[in-house]
Design a protein around this ligand. Structure first.
Ligand SMILES: [Zn+2]
Length: 524
């Protein structure tokens, strides 16, 4: 009798032999990333992987999350970021984590580290909170071969560029990126890009293009990106797909069918976008490209030459006229090292603050002055909401913030760095019904994973990496605005990266479980 009483004191689990997991997510609405509708169920996580998923799982867990009423989805993959330079400063990457992002692709728009092997090794040693994959950037490859020269490469220089891309691909780049409005990429012609894309294609990488133009010449620019895809036999990702300038509003009716026609032809082309009507880049993009060759000293020398300055001002005014604008009010300074009091102010406002006359010619002079003092980052209000929504409805479009890891409170940057995914889910899924929740999640998860060949991510399925977001579809909200961009999104209650709970109750826990993810060219 005494013996039996002793046995009753032993926990039942010892006899039932329930499998043990690290984290058990209970009773969530599971959206697995395929685009299928949600179902009620549990997810079990162990050693960084998903080990079970189903209606009711029998696991003993070290940590149980009650996900009643919440969506459980794969961690979001942001295919277009620029984290270079911020990795060591902000390893927690809180702006990404609290917007549901667990993996980023960096090295976009032609700008990356040149030594990809060293970079990915460094990323691993840093231990960020997010996973990182990278492209190899054409601008850096070109700079290494021939500086910022405004000319075509010699065969020898081109060969050097091919070698650099080859090495980057073998060391783990996921593909080649170009930034054809930036220096020196803008000086290149299509055959140069085809040659380099062929090298990336050899290692099964893709070609990500910040196109030569996103405004008046966008049709030409899309055709150039498609030509690279066709001739180099490489999958194409057109970055931050948009129509810039009021004179181009509505032309997504023309440009989206171009993408679809190329797909019909057999070209593997997809696009991405950030869900805002303002863009953000260097203020130097307002200056004609030929002025920006060979570095800052040469830029200053050119802008101080009265004849050249006259030409620059005229060309800026011509472009403003095309936009049907009377002032440079659409351009807002985001980060100006020389004088941070101008951050958050438009060129029109800065011009007045400088005591100048309220006209566009003086405003052009103000832009030149900013360039003479090292330039600035800026936000440009130049797209239409109608185009943003039409592009959003294209089923092979992904969402990407085009931003860096944010240092909280520094500058007045574009809010997209904090709120991209929350904004899609709040504004365009819940409030305006532009796309469905299931489709939005598919395009934040399995579509980018497939396109960038992150084969064990982007879906909730046994054996997949345990990158998981748990959020409230009714409460998710972007909080960052143009005036107050430093604000984390809300509604993402739990974020798991590689099986480690990284955020809980909308707070970063300080965990840093991210990894460097290697591209397909690495011999495994
Ligand atoms: Zn870009």
């Amino acid at each position: 009798m005494k013996k039996l009483a002793f046995l009753l004191l032993i926990p039942l689990s010892v006899f039932s032999q329930q499998p043990v997991c690290d984290i058990l997510i209970r009773n969530g609405k599971i959206l697995d990333g395929t685009g299928n509708s949600w179902y009620y169920g549990d997810v079990a996580v162990k050693d960084g992987k998903i080990i079970g998923i189903g209606r009711t799982l029998n696991f003993t867990a070290n940590k149980t999350i009650d996900a009643t009423g919440l969506i459980v989805a794969p961690g979001f993959i942001d295919v277009h970021t620029h984290i270079e330079g911020e990795e060591a400063k902000e390893p927690l990457a809180t702006n990404f984590i609290l917007d549901g992002v667990t993996t980023v692709i960096t090295g976009n728009c032609g700008g990356s580290n040149l030594d990809i092997g060293k970079y990915l090794h460094w990323i691993d040693s840093l231990k960020l909170s997010i996973n990182v994959a990278t492209l190899i950037g054409h601008n850096d490859v070109r700079k290494a071969a021939m500086g910022r020269a405004n000319r075509q490469p010699t065969e020898e220089e081109l060969k050097k560029m091919e070698e650099l891309v080859d090495k980057a691909m073998r060391e783990g780049a996921v593909g080649l990126s170009t930034g054809l409005i930036y220096i020196p990429g803008t000086y290149s012609e299509t055959p140069e890009i085809v040659r380099l894309a062929k090298v990336a294609a050899k290692y099964h990488g893709l070609y990500a293009s910040h196109m030569r133009d996103e405004g008046d010449s966008v049709v030409y620019a899309i055709n150039e990106a498609l030509t690279v895809g066709r001739e180099a036999k490489i999958p194409v990702e057109i970055s931050h797909f948009k129509l810039s300038g009021q004179q181009n509003w509505g032309r997504s009716k023309i440009t989206l069918p171009m993408i679809e026609a190329a797909r019909k032809e057999g070209l593997e082309v997809t696009i991405d976008q950030y869900p805002y009507t303002a863009s953000s880049t260097s203020i130097s993009t307002l200056i004609p490209g030929e002025i920006l060759a060979d570095g800052q000293d040469s830029i200053v020398a050119r802008l101080q030459d009265p004849q050249i300055k006259k030409y620059v001002i005229n060309s800026m005014l011509k472009r403003l006229k095309k936009r049907k604008l009377k002032h440079f009010s659409y351009a807002v300074v985001a980060s100006y090292r020389f004088d941070s009091t101008y951050n958050g102010k438009s060129i029109e406002q800065i011009n007045l603050m400088m005591g100048r006359k309220h006209n566009k010619k003086e405003e052009a002079q103000t832009i030149i002055d900013i360039m003479l003092h090292g330039g600035a980052g800026a936000v440009f209000h130049g797209m239409s909401e109608e185009d943003v929504k039409r592009i959003m409805q294209y089923p092979f479009n992904m969402f990407a913030c085009d931003a860096s890891i944010r240092q909280f409170g520094v500058g007045v940057p574009h809010p997209r760095g904090y709120g991209t995914n929350a904004r899609v889910l709040a504004e365009y899924v819940r409030d305006q019904h532009v796309i469905s929740l299931e489709d939005a999640i598919r395009r934040m998860t399995s579509l980018p994973a497939q396109k960038f060949q992150l084969h064990d991510r982007g879906l909730l399925s046994p054996g997949y990496a345990a990158d998981i977001v748990i959020f409230d579809e009714n409460k998710v909200q972007d909080v960052a605005t143009y005036d107050h961009p430093h604000a984390y999104s809300t509604g993402f209650y739990y974020i798991i990266v590689n099986g480690v709970l990284t955020a809980e109750n909308e707070k970063h826990l300080g965990e840093r479980a991210g990894k460097a993810l290697l591209g397909p060219g690495v011999s495994k």
